[in-house]
Design a protein around this ligand. Structure first.
Ligand code: PEP
Length: 252
């Protein structure tokens, strides 16, 4: 089964509404001819409405960077999936390593956020990945498959089929240090093998696995040429319209 490439840009805590709109204008122009690749951008919450308005009818989807597991109530500062869907998001990133490390998202919270994403009708991009110490001690594969098992435990087959998984080795995020294409492919193949062990064939055959960790125009082609790498989750390079366009072009 051929999987359509999927490139997503995570803008992290960058670009308020005015600056996010400027980037969206540039992306709309530079990516107007794209038909071969699914594309999403994830602005900060406050910039979502401006980006949704700007990218309407372009085929570029808007994702949120996180969501709260709950639907509504007295939870100051929290944002529910339902609100994100109402604001025009179609996707949401769940379990990003920065959320896990800096904001205390445990495996249980990640699973609850995944459930909340489906409840709200959002398509999740689930992030998994190991630290450098875990890689150096030979635990990378078990860490990643344990994260998958914990996140997917309560999902139906129908839900799993709507998932995108982003493998993001923590040591490669924002560090300029990328996993080699061979290292990335090895983990992507391991993730697909784990999916094959636990789900019917259509799951490993159809699920898209993104690589994330210092993807740039200069390394994107080699990473995306790997048989089990179906796209990229891009941080820093997604803040520059030309760089993001070049990464999308490398996937096409
Ligand atoms: C990310 O934030 O998901 C990411 C991969 O960041 P960067 O591309 O900057 O390493």
């Amino acid at each position: 089964m051929s999987r359509r490439p999927f490139i997503a840009g995570n803008w992290k805590m960058n670009l308020g509404p005015r600056d996010a709109d400027t980037l969206a204008v540039a992306l709309k122009r530079l990516l107007a001819d794209n038909t071969a690749t699914d594309i999403a951008v994830a602005p900060p919450y406050v910039s979502i409405p401006a980006v949704v308005a700007r990218l309407r009818h372009t085929g570029i989807a808007v994702a949120a960077q996180d969501l709260d597991p709950l639907k509504s109530g007295a939870f100051t500062g929290a944002v529910a999936g339902e609100m994100l869907a109402q604001a025009g998001c179609s996707h949401v990133i769940v379990g990003h390593s920065e959320r896990r490390k800096l904001f205390g998202d445990t495996d249980d919270i990640v699973a609850a956020k995944l459930a909340a994403a489906y409840r709200a009708g959002l398509r999740p991009i689930l992030c998994v990945g190991e630290t450098l110490a875990e890689r150096d001690s030979g635990q990378a594969r078990s860490v990643v498959t344990n994260q998958l098992a914990a996140a997917l435990v309560d999902l139906s087959l129908h839900q799993v089929l709507k998932l995108t998984i982003a493998y993001e080795p923590i040591w490669a995020i924002g560090t300029g240090r990328t996993a080699s294409p061979a290292q990335a492919q090895e983990m992507h193949a391991a993730i697909r093998a784990w999916l094959a062990e636990h789900y019917p064939r259509e799951v490993p055959a159809s699920l898209r696995l993104q690589y994330g960790g210092s993807v740039k125009p200069g390394n994107a082609s080699a990473l995306l040429a790997q048989p089990d790498i179906d796209g990229a989750l891009v941080g820093g390079a997604a803040l520059n319209a030309e760089s993001f366009r070049d990464i999308v072009a490398a996937a096409s």
